[in-house]
Design a protein around this ligand. Structure first.
Ligand code: F0G
Length: 459
């Protein structure tokens, strides 16, 4: 299937040079980095697809907004501008800025979870899972089994597995502190959740009097997929879809470093639970800063108010998701397996399919990430067993649902030629895949190990 590259709906006014190292220099750099891509210096990376979080290019309007930012400690005008936008988009009584997504998790989850409690999600992302576990609670993933059929073109692979969810509601009755819907479903490949699925989960949560929290990092991309793929919404505006998604939930956490097209920022919100909102505010004041800035500068609040609206612009979403679709079509033509249809924020290469000789405990997703760096200076990351880490109770290595190497695409940063280079690199790697070796961890911290672990290649 030929996919036409969607023209960038912007012009470029400022550029950052890229430094291209030789293969020998890259070999030395990755060894020095303990074969952990998080330790690489960004100047040693040619195309940085480690994350789409905080790596976005802000618009001229956002940069102008930075100059208008009101740095008052309390009641800054930038805060009120931000609240006007969040009121309009989400319709929640209480919304609060925080410095990033995991700060929202830190102030909210201990109010809902403790030892003995569980949280259920269509899939937790790494920091979300960590914050559940830090309360003493346990995180249970419940993604639709369709997500596991990596090459099947099912439209909403991010959905909650409803039959399993209903079983879990009974199995853990009285122990469930919160249900989390992650949109889009990052760990399953940036895959969307349908409105129909969200409506059913919402109704079940109401029936069981459980709070439903939207992990809204990529809410705009999810809304775009709903418009594209769910017939009822063909003529709806992205804004109306976003509003309904939020109204189906009771709480939300948001890393604004993604769809709000920022370099830093987050939000946490409660629709109508005043008591919880007061507790949230107390936590924010203790951990983040006074409630009208929540750990951000006034200028960041101003940029967020503008970015939230740019993020839901349909033309921008068409171009953005078009980039991932373009990459996906080229890779498909080469027979290189990846989660499809293409997700919202990145291309998730199926490392298990490409490197079938590397078992999960030798981390195929990580092996492919290292190989992409060696081949062309491209930095992606493992979203698989290496990231998943060990079971907090048994301390055994968990076998993840997927072994992906994620190539996350920053917003408004790279162009068509960069994407073409990724395909060239992947073709070369495919041709010598059988000779690629797995990895062993030689040191790891107890939680969120993938950021800090030291590895070495297996012989
Ligand atoms: N929820 C989801 C679904 C995320 O993808 C992330 C971050 C967070 C929460 C935490 O937000 O980074 O602002 O504290 N994901 C990034 C990524 C880091 O690369 O996917 P944060």
């Amino acid at each position: 299937m030929a996919v036409k590259y969607v023209m960038e709906p912007f012009r470029i006014k400022m550029v950052e040079p890229i430094r291209i190292l030789t293969r020998e220099e890259r070999e030395a750099a990755i060894k020095e980095a303990n074969y952990n891509v998080f330790y690489l210096r960004s100047e040693d990376v040619a195309i940085d697809l480690l994350t789409d979080s905080g790596t976005n290019a802000m618009s001229s309007e956002q940069w102008a907004g930075l100059m208008r930012g009101d740095e008052s400690y309390a009641g800054s005008s930038s805060f009120y501008k931000l609240m006007e936008v969040t009121d309009r988009l989400f319709g929640y009584n209480y919304v609060q800025p925080v410095h990033q997504g995991r700060a929202a998790e830190k102030v909210l989850f201990p109010l809902l979870l403790k030892e003995g409690k569980v949280a259920i999600s269509n899939m937790f992302f790494d920091t979300t899972r960590a914050h559940v576990e830090l309360t003493g609670g346990r995180a249970i993933d419940c993604v639709t089994p369709e997500a596991r059929e990596v090459q099947s073109k099912v439209p909403f692979k991010g959905n909650m597995d409803l039959p399993r969810f209903k079983e879990l509601l009974h199995e853990y009755e009285g122990r469930i502190g919160v249900v989390v819907m992650t949109v889009t479903n990052n760990s399953a490949g940036g895959q969307p959740v349908s409105m129909a699925n969200l409506r059913e989960v919402s109704a079940l949560c109401k029936e069981h009097s459980l709070p439903l929290c939207l992990d809204a990092a990529r809410f705009a991309e999810n809304a775009y997929f709903i418009k594209q793929r769910e017939e009822e919404f063909t003529d709806s505006s992205i804004e109306d879809i976003v509003h309904e998604m939020f109204q189906l939930c009771d709480l939300f956490t948001m890393s604004a470093k993604k769809d709000a097209i920022l370099n830093i920022g987050g939000l946490v919100g409660a629709k109508d639970n005043e008591e919880l909102a007061l507790k949230l505010k107390a936590n924010v004041i203790s951990f983040e800063g006074y409630s009208s800035y929540g750990g951000l500068a006034g200028r960041d609040l101003e940029a967020m108010a503008i970015g939230l609206l740019e993020g839901i612009d349909e033309q921008q979403l068409h171009y953005r998701i078009g980039q991932v679709e373009y990459l996906s079509a080229l890779l498909e033509k080469e027979g290189i397996a990846h989660q499809s249809p293409a997700g919202g924020h990145g291309l998730f290469l199926d490392a298990k399919a490409l490197l079938p000789h590397i078992p999960y405990y030798e981390f195929p997703g990580q092996a492919l990430a290292v190989e992409l760096y060696l081949e062309a200076g491209i930095r992606g990351c493992d979203i698989g067993s290496y990231m998943m880490g060990n079971d907090p109770d048994t301390l055994e290595q968990i076998e993840a649902e997927f072994e992906f190497t994620r190539l996350a695409i920053p917003r408004r940063v790279y162009t068509q030629a960069h994407l073409d280079l990724i395909v060239e690199a992947m073709k070369n790697i495919r041709d010598r895949a059988a000779s690629i070796k797995g990895y062993r961890i030689i040191w790891e911290p107890p939680i969120l190990r993938h950021f800090q672990a030291h590895l070495e290649p297996l012989e």
